[in-house]
Design a binder for this molecule. Structure first.
Ligand code: KG4
Ligand code: ZN
Length: 323
C-alpha cells in the first residue's frame, strides 16, 4: 500500500558502501521510514496482519537492524513474523499487483542481476526456485560499479555508465570475454581487461578516458549485456522455456531492458520487466514475498536471526545455517 525507501547518500564519498555507516544509517532511518510508510498507506498500525523482513543475504549490520526492529514490532502487535530471502524478493517483484500487467507463468527463468548477485533462476512456483547459473566471482552490478570507478564516476556508477552509454558507440572497444561452462558467469576477467586497456591507453594519452567516455561506457555496457544474455539464451533454449524475466538493481539498465525485448521478439519469448522502482532494492518486493509465505503458513519465531549469507530457499533451516 506504500513503498518507501530511505536512501543513503553517505557512501558516495567512499566509492562503495561502508558497512558500518550503512548500519548506523539504518538505525537512524528505520523508525521514521516505517512511520512514513504507515501514514502513506493510510492505515493504523493495528491494521497490520503480519511483518515481513529481510533475513539475508546482505550486510550483517544492516540486516540486524531490520531483523531486530521486525521482531520487536511483531511481538508488540502480536502478529506473525516472516523472514524473507532478499533474492526471492527480487524475483517475486514480478507479482506486485499494482497494475494490470501480465505475470510470468510457471516455470519461468529470471535473470537476477544486482550489486551482489548474478543468477539465472528457474522459478517453478512462487516459493520453489532453483539457481541454475551464478557468478563465480564479481556480480554484474560490481562489473558496472568497478568499471565506473576506473572511469572516475562516483558510487554507484552503474546508472552513470548507462547514461553516458546512450551517447556512445558500443562497438568502439572490445574487452575480454569470459568462457564459462554451463550457465555460470565470471566478470573479473572483463574488469581486469578494462583496467589494463585503460592503463595502456592513458600512457599514450593522459586524456584518453575523458575524450572517449561515452564510447567507453557504451562498449563496457555492451560487453556486460552480451555476457548476461548469452547464458540466458542458452538456458532458455536448452530448457525449452519461453517465459523470461529480469530482476534486481542492474535490470534498471536501459540496454538490458531493450535487449530482453529484442531477444524476446526473435525467439518468441514472453518477456517480463519490472517497473524501475521494483528493480532496485525496495520494500514492496519483501512484502509480496511475505504475502506468499504468509499464505503458505511460513512464519518465523522470535529466535530468528539475520544472516549475511543464506541458502537460496524461502526458509533456511537450522541445518543449513552453518555457512
Ligand atoms: O538490487 P540492488 O538495488 O542492490 C543490491 O541488492 O545489490 O542493485 C544495485 C546495483 C548497483 O550495482 C547499481 O550500480 C546497479 O544496481 N544499477 C545499474 C543501473 N541502476 C542500478 N547498473 C547499470 N545500469 C543501471 N541503470
Ligand atoms: Zn537487491
Amino acid at each position: 500500500m506504500s513503498n518507501l525507501i530511505a536512501g543513503q547518500k553517505v557512501h558516495e564519498h567512499y566509492g562503495g558502501v561502508v558497512p558500518e555507516l550503512a548500519s548506523r544509517a539504518h538505525l537512524q532511518n528505520i523508525v521514521p521510514v516505517v512511520d512514513a510508510a504507515i501514514k502513506k498507506a493510510g492505515i493504523r498500525v493495528e491494521d497490520i496482519d503480519a511483518i515481513a523482513f529481510t533475513k539475508g543475504p546482505g550486510l550483517l549490520g544492516s540486516l540486524v537492524v531490520g531483523t531486530s526492529f521486525a521482531k520487536s514490532m511483531a511481538l508488540a502487535l502480536d502478529v506473525p513474523l516472516i523472514d524473507v530471502n532478499h533474492m526471492y524478493g527480487h524475483v517475486l517483484a514480478h507479482f506486485i499487483d499494482d497494475e494490470e500487467k501480465a505475470k510470468p507463468a510457471f516455470p519461468f527463468l529470471c535473470l537476477t542481476v544486482s550489486g551482489g548477485h548474478t543468477q539465472i533462476v528457474l522459478v517453478r512456483s512462487h516459493l520453489e526456485m532453483e539457481i541454475i547459473g551464478t557468478t563465480i566471482d564479481d556480480a554484474a552490478g560490481e562489473a558496472f560499479d568497478k568499471t565506473a570507478k576506473l572511469l572516475g564516476f562516483p558510487y554507484p556508477g552503474g546508472p552513470l555508465i548507462d547514461k553516458h552509454a546512450q551517447h556512445g558507440n558500443p562497438e568502439a572497444f572490445e574487452f575480454a570475454k569470459p568462457n564459462m561452462k554451463g550457465y555460470n558467469y565470471s566478470f573479473s576477467g572483463l574488469k581486469t581487461s578494462i583496467l589494463y586497456f585503460l592503463q595502456n591507453q592513458e600512457k599514450l594519452n593522459p586524456k584518453f578516458i575523458e575524450e572517449n567516455l561515452n564510447d567507453l561506457c557504451a562498449s563496457v555496457q555492451r560487453s556486460i549485456v552480451n555476457v548476461l544474455f548469452q547464458k540466458v539464451c542458452k538456458a532458455a533454449k536448452e530448457l525449452g522455456i519461453k517465459e523470461i524475466a529480469i530482476a534486481g538493481g542492474v535490470s534498471a539498465n536501459s540496454e538490458i531492458r531493450t535487449r530482453l525485448i529484442e531477444e524476446g521478439k526473435q525467439r518468441a519469448w514472453n518477456v517480463f520487466i519490472p517497473k524501475f522502482e521494483y528493480c532496485t532494492d525496495n520494500a514492496a518486493m519483501i512484502a509480496i514475498t511475505g504475502f506468499f509465505m504468509h499464505q503458505a503458513g511460513m512464519h518465523a519465531d522470535q529466535s530468528v536471526s539475520a544472516q549475511a549469507r543464506i541458502p537460496f530457499a524461502p526458509r533456511s533451516t537450522s541445518a543449513s545455517q552453518k555457512n
